[in-house]
Design a protein. Structure first.
Length: 660
């Protein structure tokens, strides 16, 4: 077969429609406006506030470098934000590589330009790639930059990433220095989203905590002020993270009277870290991690260093005082219920993405552990009563964890050793020993089961494929139910017993999720499964353990935009709202097995992006009998009731009308 033919001998389409004219070259900041998600993670509220963080972080870099002592943040009506500092000011002299352009214009209009690459202007900084301020400029309808340097004031105005005029010297500034950035986010990008004053004020306050002594002046229009957001405030904290932790604790009683707080330099001038940790007697736990004043909500390697330092320190103290149980302490025992702040300053940090949610610099773990370890030992041994109190609290949590694990192992054995049965052969179990947070997906067929196994979270998600339509238990005899393999597999996998022998404490998973195809056959199977749970395990339904997954039936694509629709009505809604006057490529999934694992994970299985329907008994049906009558009528032995029900709703099923 020649290269001119494809699979099956069919001729390949001509290449004439793919020539040089099809190759686009995006210049300047055009890529940012085309694909903002690549630079700020999307166009939602979080991304909008990421713009504010980028500008404020530049000012913080000046402060951390020792060149600024004051930052001013002003939120004005009309979604306009102004941020200024008294630092060195962005350079305004001509750039040697760009004739006719100042360094300021290059920084504002060119990706990957700035003074933070080689570490000459900043030893540590939050900005790393030279994209922050240029991205803000690209995604704003107007950006006004004022720079006060060498007793002169300069100004330049930009619109959607482009300079509207040259850099101008606008007058003398004998008592002023630094940079002022005022910008208005572009509604073409962010729609009607507006800055949240409370969120910005919290951001300003957190920055003041992160660098002890820096003065941050907050101001907003009176129309934007509230009980939680003052019209003006001066934020300055001499004790840095220690002050942040004290505010967070709000006078609550802790295991130790003094929190564990301090700061230390890394070896060989590689940076420094600051921390503040407390163990309140009643707390759900709170952790907040930062690198170069940038929040890293997903933690990372600096978090790992702190956990290692605390865990090893507590174990060593336990060995010192002769507590033999201390060797079994884990980092989770130490960190459970603790409230913690950690801030590190390191050279050339590496993050997981441009939004910097997670620090990945490998050396950070080693630096933080080495810097903190001696301080942990001193905190515990300088006051032996304090050390013993903390050790006792952590050992108590450890013993509770081991007790729960032992109980869990006994419960899991109930379905195996105690009953001398194995778990169903087709069950792919999760690795977690605790039922909390675990999920069992009941899927139709081995093909869908295979995709689900690849898409799942192995730690918390288990998969049980079933063969087609299971037995209708509402119309089957007790002997037939007992003899059915699919029903037996379900009971065995759940381990909680049925009817009057149901034991919620023995249930092996927190959520039971029915995941069937988004078509009529899938709905039929889901109905049969719900009937099974209602009849055989009604308390499982009543106590909120049963859910229906919502897989898509269609994939809609226009250009680079892809959305998923649950059914025909949802498809029509998306086409009207999201793809106005655009040609939409519509693909219909024949079943879950046809979806690749990434699609199945994103749309149906990932808790962060999926939707679930909770199956429960409505409040008006606290008496089970009315529901039982309905199930018996529609699923029982007499087919006439089902036939009448289908006839009465035939129009709605065909889409001619909607039956509420």
């Amino acid at each position: 077969m020649t290269d001119l033919f494809g699979p099956g001998g069919a001729p390949l389409p001509p290449a004439s429609d793919y020539d040089a004219s099809a190759i686009e070259v995006l210049e300047g900041l055009e890529p940012v406006r085309r694909r903002p998600g690549m630079y700020i993670g999307g166009t939602d509220e979080r991304a909008l506030h990421h713009l504010a963080a980028e500008v404020i972080d530049n000012c913080m870099d000046e402060a951390v470098a020792g060149h600024a002592s004051r930052i001013e943040i002003t939120l004005e009506p009309g979604n306009r934000l102004t941020v200024s500092d008294n630092g060195r000011g962005i350079p305004v002299d001509p750039h040697p590589k760009y004739p006719g352009k100042s360094a300021l214009e290059v920084i504002l209009t060119t990706l990957h330009s700035g003074g933070k690459f080689e570490g000459k202007a900043y030893s540590t900084s939050g900005g790393l790639h030279g994209v922050g301020i240029s991205v803000v400029n690209a995604l704003s309808t107007e950006t006004v930059i004022e720079v006060a340097r060498e007793k002169k004031l300069y100004r330049q105005i930009f619109a959607k990433g482009l300079a509207t005029g040259p850099l101008e010297e606008v007058g003398a500034a004998p008592n002023r220095r630094g940079t002022t950035v005022a910008f208005h986010p572009d509604p073409e990008i962010f729609g009607e989203l507006a800055f949240d004053p409370e969120r910005l004020f919290r951001l300003a306050r957190s920055k003041a905590y992160l660098f002890a002594g820096v003065e941050i002046r907050w101001k907003c229009d009176p129309s934007l002020a509230s009980d939680k957001v003052p019209e003006s405030a001066v934020l300055q904290f001499a004790n840095g993270l220690g002050d942040a932790l004290a505010e967070q604790l709000e006078g609550r009683e802790c295991v130790t009277a003094q929190p564990f707080a301090g700061a230390a330099d890394f070896p060989d001038g590689q940076g420094r870290c600051e921390w503040a940790v407390a163990w309140p007697l009643w707390s759900d736990g709170f952790t907040s991690y930062y690198c170069n004043t940038i929040p890293t909500p997903d933690g990372g390697t600096h978090e790992a260093g702190l956990r290692a330092a605390l865990t090893k320190g507590v174990r060593a103290f336990g060995d010192l005082v002769g507590n033999k149980r201390a060797k079994d302490i884990t980092a989770d025992d130490v960190m459970q219920s603790c409230e913690c702040y950690l801030s590190v300053f390191i050279r050339n940090p590496h993050f997981q993405s441009q939004t910097k949610d997670r620090l990945t610099s490998l050396e950070a773990a080693r630096f933080v552990e080495a810097a903190m370890r001696d301080h942990v030992d001193h905190f515990l041994t300088d006051n032996m009563d304090r050390g013993r109190a903390l050790l006792g609290s952590i050992v108590e949590r450890m013993e509770e964890r081991l007790k729960r694990r032992a109980e869990r192992e006994v419960k899991r054995k109930t379905a195996t050793s105690a009953r001398k049965l194995r778990l169903p052969g087709k069950l792919t179990d999760c690795s977690s020993d605790e039922p909390a947070g675990t999920e069992l997906f009941i899927v139709e067929g081995d093909s869908a089961g295979g995709s689900a196994k690849q898409a799942r979270n192995r730690k918390t998600q288990a998969i049980l494929p079933i063969r087609g339509k299971i037995l209708n238990v509402a119309s089957a005899t007790a002997d037939k139910i007992r003899a059915n393999q699919e029903v037996a597999d379900l009971q065995l996998a759940l381990g909680c017993g049925i009817r009057d022998k149901f034991d919620e404490a023995a249930l092996r998973y927190e959520k039971i999720i029915i995941m069937t195809d988004a078509d009529v056959d899938g709905a039929h199977i889901a109905t049969l499964l719900m009937t099974f749970f209602f009849q055989e395990m009604p308390d499982l339904v009543r106590r909120g353990h049963l859910f229906l997954a919502q897989p898509p039936l269609y994939r809609l694509t226009a250009g680079t935009k892809t959305l998923y629709a649950r059914d025909d009505a949802h498809r029509a809604e998306l086409e009207k709202a999201e793809f106005k006057n655009k040609k939409v490529d519509v693909s219909r999934f024949k079943g879950l097995g046809e979806m690749n694992p990434n699609q199945l994970k994103e749309t149906t299985m990932d808790p962060a992006t999926r939707s679930l329907l909770k199956v429960t008994l409505p409040s008006q049906y606290e008496d089970r009998q009315p529901v039982k009558d309905l199930v018996d009528r529609l699923m029982g032995k007499n087919p006439e009731h089902r036939f009448a029900f289908i006839q009465s709703r035939a129009a709605a099923i065909s889409g001619e009308e909607l039956d509420a």
